[in-house]
Design a protein around this ligand. Structure first.
Ligand code: NAD
Length: 282
């Protein structure tokens, strides 16, 4: 087990989940965010996540308290200086992530710098860093405590030692690491989001209703969730942004975002989080 803490940058949906699995697995965590309020919400969410495990008899009360005591929150980036690995889960904005990675790479020359980006180029992120061979993608899936996959993305500059350390870290969190090259959408989003986009075309053309499409894929392809119910869970804005990354990255018209998807995002129909997407939520 690591003696040095693991840093997590960004205490939103993903940062909270990543911090939760780290403390549950015995790591000391320094969770950094620019917002104190957000850090408070993150601590409360992690507390609630651990309480659920206790309620399901998957964790003892003593272990819950011990896990919580391993969580340290901070609004000072400097506090991450002694971390062995820093996992970044800040907003998906290229300029923001490049600034963060540049700053982190100057703050510590030792730490592995891992990004949870869904779609940005790790090679470009590594290019703004000192000692770029320690930059790598560590792509978790939402909800982090539940989903077992971590895509480990190798930038052009990433060393074998960096990849090996991140694969070992993923395994010690009970995840399965799958190696993927630094290509737009990596593996899962490149396959999944064009399928969602195609389902949106089916709806736009009036060929099938969202209910029919979801039922068809559940029964006919053994998917646990239909593509449009899944799109609502991911967020239609996130799906659209990934299609735009694929379209720009490959320059191939097969990745054009469905106009209906664009209109729904423009209307604020973002899925579960806004109460309405392809389906309506109470
Ligand atoms: N949500 C998902 O399903 C999902 C899945 C896999 C990967 N991702 C990726 O994870 C990353 C985070 O996504 P999220 O959904 O958790 O976002 P989020 O908006 O829920 O959280 C982002 C957090 O970053 C904080 N932040 C803003 N500026 C910051 C800065 N300069 N430094 C540090 N923190 C800052 C915000 O206060 C917020 O707490 C993105 O790169 C996203 O693409 C998201």
């Amino acid at each position: 087990m690591s003696q040095q803490p693991i840093g997590v940058v960004g205490a939103g949906t993903m940062g909270q989940g990543i911090a939760q699995v780290l403390v549950t697995s015995g790591f000391d965590v320094k969770l950094y965010d620019v917002s104190d309020d957000q850090l408070g919400r993150a601590r409360a969410a992690i507390d609630k996540g651990l309480a659920k495990l206790v309620a399901k008899d998957k964790m003892g009360e003593g272990d819950r308290e011990a896990a919580l005591s391993r969580l340290d929150t901070t609004t000072a980036l400097d506090a991450l200086r002694d971390c062995e690995v820093i996992i970044e889960a800040a907003p998906e904005q290229p300029a923001l992530k490049e600034k963060l990675f540049g700053d982190l790479s100057r703050l510590t020359h030792e730490a592995i710098l891992a990004s949870n980006t869904s779609s940005l180029s790790l090679t470009r992120l590594a290019a703004v860093c000192e000692r770029p061979e320690r930059v790598v993608g560590m792509h978790f899936f939402n909800p982090v405590p539940v989903l077992k996959l971590v895509e480990v993305i190798r930038a052009e500059q990433t060393s074998d030692a960096t990849v090996a350390r991140i694969e070992a870290l993923a395994e010690s969190l009970g995840k399965t690491a799958v190696p993927v090259g630094d290509s737009p959408g990596f593996a899962v989003n490149r396959l999944l989001v064009p399928m969602i986009n195609e389902a949106a075309f089916l709806v736009q053309e009036g060929a099938a209703t969202p209910e029919a499409i979801d039922q068809a894929m559940k029964l006919g392809a053994a998917h646990p969730l239909g593509p449009l119910a899944l799109a609502d869970l991911i967020g239609l804005d996130v799906c659209l942004a990934i299609m735009e990354v694929l379209q720009e990255g490959f320059g191939d018209p097969k990745y054009r975002p469905c106009p209906l998807l664009k209109r729904m995002v423009a209307a604020g129909y973002l899925g579960r989080k806004s109460g309405r997407g392809f389906h309506v939520y109470e």
